[in-house]
Design a binder for this molecule. Sequence first.
Ligand code: IYR
Length: 224
Amino acid sequence: MKKYPSIPLQRYREYPVEEMRQRLSDFYNDVDRRRTVREFSDRPVPRDIIETALKAANTAPSGANLQPWHFVVVSCPETKKKIREAAEVEEREFYEHRASEEWLAALEPLGTDSNKPFLETAPYLIAVFLQKFGELPDGRKVKHYYPTESTGLATGILVTALHTAGLATLTHTPSPMKFLNEILARPTSERPFLLLVAGYPADDAKVPDIKRKSLHEYSSFIDE
Ligand code: IYR
């Protein structure tokens, strides 16, 4: 394949260290307010907000810059209903049979169950698909590299972008999610990665009182 032409690094910005600290602490304090929400309002959200959040997601680094993801944005009530019904079938199977005792015990403090009304209430469901292969205009297949890592990175940016916009999200992962390919007419070369529920939280939304680990628990530094 032909090499890309090299161009100057045009839009990079370096900040004086004090400004670096301030910007980063503002960013941290802002993302630290993010909570996963399970109760959504049906208030509409302008579509351009979702589009800009997707553009932010699409800036994620990806294996060989192949951008191995596809986002299906669903606001159509009938399609949301179909997704809810199919997800609840899988979730009932999960909670009643498939989940191990250990897994159910891990979920108990969160109080989740197989009812997923938010899949119909929230204004947007964003189905994130991971593309194992891409397709050239002539129909030839192109292998994608690190699609899981890449799609995870893009999804992280999407969640952060929606939070920055003042919206709440829920990363929902019914398992298996094959039904999303059927309902949303996506090819078998794409694997459903997760279903992101997005909108305003319900006025009376409640969240579990959870804590985040502290820096020294989730990181270590090796100096000289
Ligand atoms: N997919 C199920 C179960 C579930 C699993 C994990 I791991 C969670 O963090 C939360 C829920 C559900 O959505 O209820």
